[in-house]
Design a protein. Structure first.
Length: 328
């Protein structure tokens, strides 16, 4: 086991994928000699060359459009979108081409493209650098949307995403890039499915289920630790994959606890939490002791860095939702 940062775990996962198949190549702005703005691809161009770790022009639509063509020719391109807010110029290519070609060709064509998206807040960035647009892509049929929450998950899931025959949106919580965790860098990685599509119970509990993914999983675990000092037992479920959504794991947890709170950084309105709440209400109606509650960002543009921590769902807001659910 090695103790490494979240960013380094992705780097090592990309390295393994590059080593295992000559068809894997990386594409993105400044990912080569610079190693990316977050240094996630540091050293990869030096070791694998400019033809496999490609510095692209500043044109996200061109990056994704080129990746689609490469995938149709048998390659497995991994695109980096430098910041979450820059993905929108490529929205057309992702939602009207990448997501639909497999269906339109009646399964004859596959597009194994991975799009890495550093997303979320907490880094004091300027406008368009702290968005959480994951629900827009989870809503689009034909795309897998995943978000790891720890270095170990990031190391495994990036390799599983690259091995998947489907297009994958790989949302990386950039506010967690510098957090460290233990990773077995020599471990054999399970096949992409169903391992890529399953949620995980990270902490067992009896009183309430706290559902999170990506950057808010650590917040949920801290909330569980804090609540335990007051005698409240919280079960924490990491969704891991937003599309397809593992309703079964979440529902099994809620049937045990009778209560559920969903947490994400994206705005609550029309967010992933709404889908989770609807499904849990349908699946667990007679087990629920309280309505499913949601905690997330507000329905405003992402604020300036000075007040972003008032916007993001922190420990106090999560515990307040837990208290409201238990008091119902």
């Amino acid at each position: 086991m090695s103790t490494i940062t979240f960013a380094k775990a992705i780097n090592l996962g990309l390295r393994k994928a590059l080593e295992q198949s000559p068809k894997v190549l990386l594409m993105g702005e400044d990912i080569g000699a610079l190693g990316g703005v977050f240094r996630v691809t540091d050293g990869l161009q030096k070791d694998f060359g400019q033809e496999r770790v490609v510095d692209t022009p500043l044109a996200e639509s061109g990056i994704v459009g080129t990746a689609i063509g490469l995938a149709l020719r048998g390659y497995r391109p991994v695109c980096e979108i430098q910041f979450d807010g820059f993905i929108f110029p490529a929205f057309d290519q992702i939602t009207t081409q990448l997501a639909k070609m497999h269906y339109r060709s009646k399964g004859r064509l596959t597009l194994p493209v991975v799009i890495r998206v550093p997303y979320g807040g907490g880094i004091g960035a300027v406008e368009h650098h702290s968005e959480s647009p994951e629900a827009l892509f989870a809503h689009t049929a034909g795309l897998r949307v995943i978000s790891p929450s720890s270095p170990a998950e990031a190391f495994a899931m990036i390799q599983q995403a690259i091995a998947s025959p489907d297009p994958v949106l790989f949302f990386e919580p950039k506010g967690r890039y510098w957090e460290k965790g233990e990773v077995d860098v020599d471990a054999a990685i399970d096949a992409p499915h169903p391992a890529l599509d399953t949620a995980k119970v990270l902490r067992a509990g009896t009183d309430i289920t706290l559902v999170a993914y990506g950057p808010t999983v650590q917040t949920a675990l801290k909330a569980a630790e804090t609540a335990a000092t007051e005698g409240t037992s919280i079960e924490v479920v990491d969704l891991r994959t937003l599309s397809p959504l593992d309703t079964e794991t979440v529902a099994a947890s809620v049937r045990r606890t009778g209560r559920c709170v969903v947490v994400h950084e994206a705005p609550v309105l029309y967010g992933t939490g709404a889908e989770v709440a609807a499904r849990i209400t349908e699946e667990c109606f007679f087990h629920l002791e309280a309505p499913v509650l949601r905690v997330g960002g507000f329905h405003t543009p992402y604020p300036v860095a000075k007040i972003e921590h008032d916007y993001l769902p922190g420990l106090d807001r999560v515990l307040d939702a837990v208290d409201r659910s238990l008091a119902f």
